[in-house]
Each structure stands twice: as structure tokens, then as C-alpha cells.
Design a protein around this ligand. Structure first.
Ligand code: GAR
Length: 211
């Protein structure tokens, strides 16, 4: 049984999708804890309601990024994670933290990386006149929103789209691809070589969604 620790900062809808899939598909893994850097994170309530341990490490209580990351890692490691999942965890992580979890740290980002790392991805995609947008699940490296890509979902950008409508279309796909990627990790179905992640079904690593 593998231990998964999920980090959130807010709504936690990706965390919910992973928890639901773990239960419904009877994964050989448990969500050992959901940890937030914000007490107000709505996702903490969902986790608690599902009998999952929750913790909060408030980044504002620390003088430096490194001090916060050290405490965060201490709390995470208390749950002996095989995998740490960043699900809308809106903090830049220090190199030391990322190295500590190397190969077992996943992130989801709402763009087709390497396009649009950082914030406001949907507005930037619209502004750039992109015809496709999407989401990426990747292994985390010290560079922000960067690292070997596990799975991507692409959706159209429609002429009438606003940041909100595009974000909703992408989020729907995030809820499909993130549980899938986590399950692959749990089942040991991913291999990483030369900075690339493969699954035996390469097709499953690509999702096209018209709606
Ligand atoms: C998601 O869209 C996720 O891709 C994004 O934050 C949102 C969190 O929503 N993450 C990033 O931008 C990370 N760079 P959620 O709390 O409902 O899962």
C-alpha cells in the first residue's frame, strides 16, 4: 500500500478528483494526508470529511522560503510518502525541497507546458491567439512548472472564450488526467529516461477533448 500526500492551497478540486478515484477504483494506495499552506483552503474540509488526516503549515510564519520548505517537508515526511502530489499548491518550492522528493513529486499545471509556466495561463493563451490550450501533469524539477511530462490534455480555445470559460474547460480535463497519472505512478507503470516519461500506452498520455 503506497502513501500519497497531497498539497493544496485552495479549492482542492484536483485533490477531490484523486481522492474519489482512489476510493472508486480501489487503488493500492491511501491518501495519507492533505496539507495546505493556507488555513482557509476549502479542500481541507473535504479531506477531513473523508477521514483523511489534514495539516496546515502557514508560509507566513516563516522568514525564508527555505525555512518554510524545511518545516513543510518535516510534516510531509511524518506520513512516509511514496508520492507527493501538488494539486493547486501555489508556492514556489526551493531546490532542496524538490531534490528531497526527486522522482516522487508530481504537479499539475493549467497549460500545455512548456508554454505558459506561471500564473494567468488561460488569459495568456487567449491573448496569444492560441487555438489549443490544456493541462499538463509532470514530475517536478527545481525550475518552475517544468519537468518530465507524464500526460497532457488539449482543449480548443474558442473565439468567445474568457479566462473563466477556458479555465472551466481545462479544469474538467485536469480532473481526468491527474487521477490517471497518479494511478500510473502508484501501479509502477511509468518509466523515466532522458527526461521523458513513458507509459506502455503512449496514446493514453495524450487526451484530446472537444468540450
Ligand atoms: C488548477 O487549475 C491547477 O492546475 C492550478 O491551480 C488550480 C487549482 O485548482 N495549478 C497551478 O497553476 C500550478 N502552477 P484546485 O485547487 O481546484 O485543484
Amino acid at each position: 500500500m503506497k502513501n500519497i500526500v497531497i498539497l493544496i492551497s485552495g479549492r482542492g478540486s484536483n485533490m477531490e478528483a484523486i481522492v474519489q478515484a482512489c476510493i472508486a477504483q480501489n487503488w493500492s494506495a491511501r491518501i495519507a494526508a492533505v496539507i495546505s499552506n493556507k488555513a482557509s483552503a476549502a479542500g481541507l474540509e473535504f479531506a477531513a470529511r473523508h477521514g483523511i488526516a489534514t495539516a496546515m503549515v502557514d508560509h507566513k510564519q516563516f522568514d525564508s522560503r527555505e525555512a518554510f520548505d524545511t518545516e513543510l517537508a518535516k510534516v510531509i515526511d511524518g506520513y512516509q510518502p511514496d508520492l507527493v502530489v501538488l494539486a493547486g499548491f501555489m508556492r514556489i518550492l526551493s531546490e532542496g525541497f524538490v531534490r528531497h522528493y526527486e522522482g516522487r513529486l508530481l504537479n499539475i499545471h493549467p497549460s500545455l507546458l512548456p508554454a505558459f509556466p506561471g500564473l494567468h495561463t488561460h488569459e495568456r493563451a487567449i491573448e496569444a491567439g492560441c487555438k489549443l490550450a490544456g493541462a499538463t501533469v509532470h514530475l517536478v524539477t527545481p525550475e518552475l512548472d517544468h519537468g518530465p511530462i507524464v500526460i497532457q490534455a488539449a482543449v480548443p480555445v474558442l473565439p468567445e472564450d474568457t479566462g473563466d470559460t477556458l479555465s472551466a474547460r481545462v479544469l474538467k480535463q485536469e480532473h481526468q488526467i491527474y487521477p490517471r497519472a497518479v494511478r500510473w505512478f502508484v501501479d509502477g507503470e511509468l518509466t523515466v529516461a532522458e527526461g521523458r516519461v513513458s507509459h506502455r500506452s503512449a496514446q493514453a498520455q495524450v487526451v484530446w477533448a472537444a468540450d
